[in-house]
Design a protein around this ligand. Structure first.
Ligand code: ADP
Ligand code: ADP
Ligand code: MG
Length: 501
């Protein structure tokens, strides 16, 4: 088989950089990592064939410094750059700069990114392609007065969104008219501060919806397919933390309709590469509405890889090299069930990031399991970047089997020294609304009075405290037992932990 490229630079860090290095190694492609000051000891630096320092710790001076990255790419003599997700992955200037430097950008065309990067114009495009969209302002809203008028027309509640927003930032829900003014101003300033664009628009807030997204793929020969859905309704602060595939709520005929709408969307803009069309899904009526398109690989891509059997990162590399898609729509099937839990270095109750040195670290193993992680004992999780340090992905023949495996895997996951959300994941997986699949995007918020005491209960559990004390003894630097996540040496009976005999 001819290699699609000889050498690829990965303009990212952490677990996604490692995921891409793995694809390169399997394809016999030389991988090049880049790293900031804070990332000298990051696993993506050690695993790549070559690694280059690109600047100080803040993203702006390193992972977002596209000129420096292009310079390194030239020095290293790579023929392509993979941007991963976040950072420069949806940056038109960067995609163009790669092209100008004669380097292949492993992702969509700059025109594709432009068309979908702005939420207002992408919504208009989708409407034109006959894809259902959430009713709203159909364009930017300039003043509080206009916002009030539009809200009057579409009815409360509404959601104000920054057109350039992403990662759950730049959004405000308005349930009462007198909340409009402050929400409007907050949204505009968040848009300006995070995305250098204050433009906001209004959308009807769909009550208690599900987040269902469709993975799409296009090549440079006008072929477009979808790889079915992922449900990402378990969210905190409008950010996903658990995803599963297939969705327990989407009837098969609706799944096919959503897939067809997503392919229509991709065709409308001649989309090239991997992309995701996100829909808001009304679980009562089973109606769905286009929300936005992410023109890149998604964090939760592994669950689609498992259920369809295709390696999406390799496919991205092939497509970028000009090869036609290696699968046809009729070949793509969903088999079994997969779930992903995002493991973040954060307080499970306040969601505040918890950077610091990882003391003990043992990843779960065994059947039906994949772990994409860059954690290792002694590694210091930096304060500068996304707190996600690992993804635990489990699969099984049935949804119940995948859930049981996730519970088992999380119980095996030892990660001490920093706080993590592992305990939050376990509590969610135990909840009847998760088990029966009826959960929505407001699941955590609405059930917090049930979830929160369980988190404390786990933390205060006497056996847990003994476990914590022993670990603290072995690791004299940790004093706060809540920082410790002890599971490995302990047997669980229901919610109780017992010392293994
Ligand atoms: P969305 O929530 O829009 O679907 P994803 O779930 O795919 O997007 O996550 C993209 C987000 O991942 C970015 O907005 C950023 O906050 C975060 N991110 C970027 N780079 C990394 C990284 N190297 N490791 C972990 N998270 C990252
Ligand atoms: P981001 O770019 O930050 O990913 P999205 O537009 O994809 O922003 O929205 C993120 C989340 O916010 C959705 O998954 C959903 O939970 C919630 N949300 C967004 N728009 C609506 C809406 N119109 N009604 C209800 N919830 C919404
Ligand atoms: Mg989104």
């Amino acid at each position: 088989m001819q290699k699609p490229f000889n050498k690829i630079l990965i303009a990212n860090r952490g677990e996604i950089a490692i995921r891409i290095i793995r694809a390169c190694r399997e394809l016999g492609i030389t991988s090049v990592s880049v790293f900031s000051d804070a990332d000298r000891d990051s696993l993506h630096v050690f695993l790549a064939d070559e690694a280059y320092h690109i600047g100080p710790s803040p993203s702006k001076e390193s992972y977002l410094n596209y000129r420096k990255i292009i310079e390194v790419a030239k020095t290293a003599g790579v023929d392509a750059i993979h941007p991963g997700y976040g950072f420069l992955s949806e940056n038109t200037t960067f995609a163009k700069a790669c092209k100008e430097a004669g380097i292949n950008f492993i992702g969509p065309t700059p025109e594709n990114i432009d068309a979908m990067g702005d939420k207002i114009s992408s919504k208009a495009l989708m409407k034109a392609a006959g894809v259902p969209t959430v009713p709203g302002s159909d364009g930017g809203v300039e003043s509080v007065e206009d916002a009030l008028k539009i809200a009057e027309k579409i009815g409360l509640p509404i959601i104000i969104k920054a057109t350039a927003g992403g990662g759950g930032k730049g959004m405000r829900i308005v349930r009462k008219m007198d909340e409009m003014e402050s929400a409007f101003r907050a949204c505009r300033s968040e848009g300006q501060n995070y995305f250098a664009n204050p433009t906001v628009y209004l959308e009807k807030f769909i009550n208690d919806p599900k987040h269902i997204e469709i993975q799409v793929f296009g090549d440079k020969h006008n072929n477009h397919v979808h790889l079915f859905e992922r449900e990402c309704s378990v969210q905190r602060r409008n950010q996903k933390i658990i995803e599963e595939c297939p969705s327990p709520s989407v009837p098969h005929e609706v799944r096919l309709k959503m897939g067809a709408a997503a392919v229509r969307a991709a065709k409308q803009i001649n989309y090239v590469g991997a992309g995701t069309i996100e829909f808001i899904f009304d679980n009562t009526t089973k109606d769905f509405y286009f929300m936005e398109m992410n023109t890149r690989l998604q964090v939760e891509h592994p669950i689609t890889e498992i259920v369809t059997g295709y390696d999406l990162v390799k496919e991205q590399i092939f497509v970028a090299s000009g090869r036609p898609l290696s699968f046809k729509q009729e070949d793509i099937k969903q088999k079994g069930h997969a779930i992903e839990a995002r493991i973040c270095a954060e307080d499970p109750i306040t969601y505040k990031p918890s950077p610091g040195v990882i003391r003990a670290c043992r990843h779960p193993q065994g059947p039906g399991l994949r772990v994409d992680s860059y954690a290792y004992p002694g590694y210091e999780v930096p304060i500068y970047y996304d707190p996600m340090i690992a993804k635990v992905i489990t699969f099984g023949e049935t949804r119940d089997e995948a859930i049981d495996r996730m519970q088992r895997a999380l119980t095996e996951f030892v990660l001490t020294g920093i706080k993590t959300n592992i305990v939050l994941h376990k509590t969610i997986l135990d909840h009847p609304k998760f088990r029966d699949g009826s959960y929505t995007t407001q699941f955590i918020e609405k059930n917090f009075e049930v979830i929160e005491p369980l988190l404390f209960k786990e933390i205060d559990d006497p056996m847990f405290l003994i476990a914590a004390a022993i670990t603290a003894f072995n690791d004299r630097k940790s004093k706060d037992v809540r920082q410790l996540n002890i599971t490995s040496n302990w047997k669980r009976t229901g919610r109780k932990l017992q010392l293994r005999t």
